[in-house]
Design a protein around this ligand. Sequence first.
Ligand code: ZN
Length: 73
Amino acid sequence: MKECCICGRKSVDEEFCEYHQAAHINLKSVFEIWVNANRGVTWEEYIRQVYELEETGQWVKEIIENIMSQNGP
Ligand SMILES: [Zn+2]
């Protein structure tokens, strides 16, 4: 049984638990809205901006931290 790579809870998709998976799906769906509304925004710019928003939830921030650490320098 795999564990969520962020929080260690039981994973539902071999990578994330149900909470982080839901946050990841939400993050990707909002990105598509941003791309349609603001042509030219890249995934990296998007996640950086979402991370700075006060209303961004903790689950989403943890997903973004995880993505950034994988892409990191
Ligand atoms: Zn998790």
